[in-house]
Design a protein around this ligand. Structure first.
Ligand SMILES: [Zn+2]
Length: 519
């Protein structure tokens, strides 16, 4: 465990005043020491790495110090030194996770009756106290009901709600809050300066952010990174798989400017580098928050969206597709829905069957007011090509910025089928996404939605009862009179798709590499 010893142990606070980010807690405790009004039982609640055990140890020394100053332990007297060296019989640390049973607590109950060996108080620190068994809690409760005057219990827990109320009610409870990023950042820079570690400002910021309120985690990370010499922002990015700030800024600026293609490009690039989509969104949201704090108030709405997109990712059937569609919805749609590239260079421009409703108009429908005719020529082709749902944009084609940020209304589309997709886009993007590769034909009151081979997954998804009903209601708005909706798959009818196969299909679909399979 040399790893743990070094920085983290070395920099562990020895006085209340050195504790970072828990001002209220340490101030209250320091005053209690000065006034000689210590409780017999404390409960320190808070996430890991925020200083619970550290403060407990400082309190144990302060309570026993022979020459305390302002409620702080001197750390030099016999009592302090004995506790620091771990040789004191009067400070006992118990790990609640590995000493959960009644026997340990019984032994403890007998022990507490003996007066301290050399100090004023016997201090028992029970870490992860919520792990104790019920019997152990009951035994403990008896001691807490009539605590010997020379005993102080300090319970620490990451899960206070698991501590029985009977115990809680006998403790003075302190909540340890996650340590603010800025304090962690400054602490890291202080440590680095003192240790002769060259730590870039940006690197310190990234470590602090990823530590999520835990100074200990931050210190351990700094330790790991500093073994390789100087700690640069690039090191942190590489170690943690984080997107660089410049990428995040590009992403935010693209979204703010309504440039869906640029935003989707950034996402694609980061996925290619193996970065996690959820982490990417989280970082983007945090970056937006930082910029808001720096005075960029225009990002508030976007930051809120990013946090909600982040929350949706784990539930999305296809996270990347989901995000791409959210981005499009945020930026405003291209002038008309672009069919997904259906093969390398093929398919995308499929001619609708004879029965199809009127073919899509050759000319793009006018973009709504505020959008400069950028939707014309180039951009549609560029996005509909085989490279992906929205493939790499043609060099200089400008994406259409849309003032409103929403999808155009179905009225803007020529054909009823396009209207259906447009309405779904505005309402349930996942349904729209599944509809994109389909062809539709309307005859004698029957709307047939046909999926070509390779889109089995889409077909299956649309046949899900809830989705199907939604789709029928939607279709009824634009096709009249609508008697029924048929959803067909042109490929071979095999058994249900294995989950794996479905996932693979989605992946290929997203990469735009779905090709018609032979035979
Ligand atoms: Zn002392």
């Amino acid at each position: 465990m040399p790893e743990e010893v070094t920085l983290y142990r070395k920099w562990r606070p020895q006085r209340f005043s050195e504790v970072v980010g828990q001002d209220l807690v340490v101030e209250t405790l320091r005053r209690a020491v000065i006034q000689g009004r210590l409780s017999h039982a404390y409960l320190f609640a808070g996430q890991r790495g925020v200083g619970k055990t550290t403060v407990a140890r400082i309190l144990a020394r302060a309570a026993n110090c022979l020459s305390p100053r302002d409620g702080e332990p001197c750390n030099e007297c016999e009592n302090c030194r004995r506790i620091i060296s771990g040789k004191s019989l009067d400070m006992v640390e118990i790990d609640g996770a590995s000493n959960r049973g009644i026997d340990q607590i019984r032994r403890l109950r007998e022990e507490v009756n003996y007066v301290p060996a050399g100090a004023r108080y016997k201090v028992y620190i029970i870490d992860e106290v919520h792990m104790l068994t019920n019997e152990a809690f009951n035994a403990l409760l008896k001691t807490l009901e009539e605590p010997p005057p020379h005993v102080i219990f300090i319970f620490a827990t990451t899960e206070p709600h698991k501590v029985p109320p009977t115990i809680l009610s006998r403790c003075q409870v302190f909540e340890f809050t996650p340590i603010p990023e800025e304090l962690i950042r400054r602490k890291l820079l202080d440590i680095a300066a003192a240790e002769g570690i060259r730590l870039e400002e940006g690197a310190a910021g990234l470590i602090a952010r990823r530590a999520e309120g835990s100074l200990r985690d931050a210190e351990v990370l700094l330790e790991q990174l500093s073994r390789g010499g100087d700690v640069t922002e690039a090191d942190v990015v590489a170690l943690l798989g984080l997107p660089p700030l410049a990428e995040l800024d590009r992403f935010l600026d693209a979204l703010r400017g309504g440039d869906a293609v640029a935003a989707i490009e950034v996402v694609a690039r980061n996925l290619e580098r193996g970065r996690d989509l959820g982490l990417f969104l989280e970082e983007a949201a945090l970056r937006a928050r930082d910029r808001i704090l720096e005075g960029d108030a225009g990002l508030v709405e976007l930051a809120r969206k990013l946090f909600s997109w982040r929350a949706e990712i784990p539930r999305a059937i296809s996270p990347r597709l989901h995000l791409e569609l959210e981005i499009l919805a945020h930026c405003g749609a291209p002038p008309r829905p672009i069919p997904v590239g259906r093969g390398e260079g093929g398919g995308a421009a499929d001619v609708p069957g004879d029965d199809a409703p009127e073919p899509p108009p050759e000319v793009d429908v006018d973009a709504p007011a505020g959008a400069e005719g950028a939707g014309g020529q180039g951009s549609a082709d560029a996005r509909g090509g085989p490279g992906g749902l929205f493939a790499e944009p043609a060099g200089d084609a400008e994406p259409a910025p849309r003032a409103g940020g929403g999808w155009p209304s179905p009225d803007e589309y020529g054909s009823p089928w396009d209207k259906v997709i447009a309405a779904a886009l505005a309402d349930r993007v996942s349904v729209a996404a599944f509809l994109l590769p389909a062809e539709a034909a309307f005859r004698d009151g029957v709307l047939t939605i046909r999926f070509p081979e390779g889109f089995r997954f889409h077909y299956e998804m649309l046949r899900e009862p809830g989705t199907r009903e939604y789709l029928e209601a939607l279709a009824r708005r634009f096709f009249q009179p609508l008697l029924s909706v048929r959803i067909e798959y042109e490929g071979k009818e095999e058994g249900k798709l294995a989950l794996e196969e479905a996932a693979e299909l989605v992946a290929r679909y997203l990469e735009g590499k779905v090709v018609r399979e032979e035979g």
